[in-house]
Design a protein around this ligand. Sequence first.
Ligand SMILES: [Cu+2]
Length: 139
Amino acid sequence: MVNVWSWMTIVALSGACWLATVVPVESQAEQSVDVTIRDFTFLVTKEAPLRLGLPTVIRVRNEDAERHDFGSTMFEGLPTRIENDGVIAYGRGMEGVLLDPKREATIRFNMERPGRYTFRCSIHPNMKGELLLLSAEAV
Ligand SMILES: [Cu+2]
């Protein structure tokens, strides 16, 4: 009895994994990264290594009661669309986004240069994080 039950649980779990791996392939048009700011720290969650040539969405959420910003040189020279608190800004040479407490912003751009990119909060210079962008050949 116990064995049958755990076997069924495993099937259900692997079914969920299968869905999780298939869905991003179907929506291949976009890759996303979630950045959560909590206790003056950047926490990064992503499904897969970031690849060049794909539209990329960075969702930044400030869970602190303090104002932070998310800035990086990774958008330098690239057309970038930033949606922050219902306001959409679009342009080149954007440096980042300012986040009020408990707010969320979305940054959309196309990854074009591989490398290791740091991001930081200019208000609190010890808040830093890093994203690694791979070229398609490296994946
Ligand atoms: Cu900060």
